[in-house]
Design a protein around this ligand. Structure first.
Ligand SMILES: NC(=O)c1ccc[n+]([C@@H]2O[C@H](COP(=O)([O-])OP(=O)(O)OC[C@H]3O[C@@H](n4cnc5c(N)ncnc54)[C@H](OP(=O)(O)O)[C@@H]3O)[C@@H](O)[C@H]2O)c1
Length: 334
């Protein structure tokens, strides 16, 4: 048995993010994999997954202009057309890709550049609004800080979008503590989105405590370790060349051999709790604090449903402690 979300209206808990207390479902939906990153996803099933998420009380949907590129925002815009009310739409800008077409065949030919110039931010916002079929973005996030542009200037552009009514809240992604605190002085920052999961815990050291101390929300991305923590991979798993994981050190054969041991421990606990490894991974994140809202990616309804069951899993202090002691993974993130 695993905690199931059924067709009864789920009492999906909500959480409040940032100084303006943006209310969102305790688990959001990461939409990236619907067009980008992990090989080809089925478009119809992806849209059905977004609709199922709405039915089950998910209100937070995360996308970015670069996913696809641009196709992801178009897909999310299409799926959410007619459902805009009550939805918290989160997107991102600040990354560019010179030639998008190569990515879909071979992830190794792919490169991203950063652009945090005010001109780029303002232009990107208008383009995202069009693709998302809306006239406001609830949470507009800087995908990566551009070292060539002072963060104050970049966030100043975001602040002007808030003034213009095009954006409601501002977020950052993968920023340093210094960048976050400087940005927060220019305009209140609602959220930080960075990688955080049972096998990527760096944010626990400084960024998450800073967010907790300053009333800033935290959105762990890749909360399932890019699928790894669901227990679906083995030490011999292979990834196709269009799958970004084929390039990541942690997913290389030698690293996988060591890393499956981490998941074995998560699987053991899941079995004892009558839950699934994905639900344990999400429950661990939810237990980190009320300002934490994981955004697991799923392009299939069964994955989504399983993941939302994470809100039903309560971990004891001892269980949390045992998860905190899991060994660090072999291989870097990128
Ligand atoms: N800010 C950033 O720089 C950044 C970077 C990466 C991601 N993100 C955001 O964070 C979101 C989540 O991260 P992510 O998608 O990279 O990684 P993730 O959530 O850790 O894992 C997603 C992968 O796990 C699979 N999966 C999900 N639930 C599953 C289940 N219950 N059983 C088996 N497999 C399952 C998905 O497969 P299916 O698709 O087949 O369901 C997908 O391949 C993204 O969608 C994106 O919105 C942000």
């Amino acid at each position: 048995m695993n905690p199931q979300i059924n067709d009864e209206p789920l009492a999906m808990p909500s959480r409040r993010l940032g100084p303006d207390q943006l209310v969102v479902s305790a688990i959001g939906l990461g939409c990236m994999g619907m067009t980008w990153g992990y090989g080809k996803a089925d478009r119809t099933e992806s849209i059905a997954t977004i609709h199922r998420a709405l039915d089950l009380g998910v209100t937070l949907f995360d996308t970015a202009d670069i996913y696809g590129p641009f196709l992801n925002e178009e897909l999310v815009g299409e799926a959410l057309a007619g459902h805009r009310e009550g939805v918290i739409l989160a997107t991102k800008c600040g990354l560019q890709v010179p030639d998008a077409s190569v990515f879909h065949e071979d992830a190794s030919k792919f490169s991203l550049t950063r652009n945090g110039s005010p001109e780029h931010i303002l232009k990107s916002c208008d383009e995202s609004l069009r693709r998302l079929r809306t006239d406001y973005i609830d949470l507009y996030q800087l995908h990566r800080v551009d070292p060539q542009v002072p963060i104050e200037e970049t966030v100043g552009a975001f602040a002007s979008l808030v003034k213009a009514g095009k954006v409601r809240h501002i977020g950052l992604s993968e920023c340093t503590l210094d960048e976050l605190s400087r940005a927060h002085q220019v305009h209140p920052i609602a959220t930080v989105q960075s990688e955080l999961s049972l096998w990527t815990r760096d944010a626990l050291l400084e960024i998450l405590p800073f967010c907790q101390g300053h009333g800033i929300g935290f959105l762990p991305f890749a909360p399932l370790g890019r699928g790894f923590l669901t227990g679906q991979f083995h030490q011999t798993s292979n990834f196709k060349k269009e799958d970004f994981r084929s390039l990541l050190p942690r997913f290389q054969p030698e690293a996988l051999k060591a890393n499956v041991l981490i998941v074995d421990a998560v699987k053991d606990l899941a079995e004892r709790k009558e839950a699934t490894p994905a639900q344990i991974a999400l429950a661990w994140l939810l237990a980190l604090g009320e300002n934490v809202v994981p955004i697991p990616g799923a392009s299939k309804r069964n994955h989504l449903e399983e993941n939302l069951g994470g809100v039903l899993v309560q971990l004891t202090k001892e269980e949390q402690a045992s998860l905190n002691e899991l060994p660090s993974p072999t291989g870097g993130r990128y």
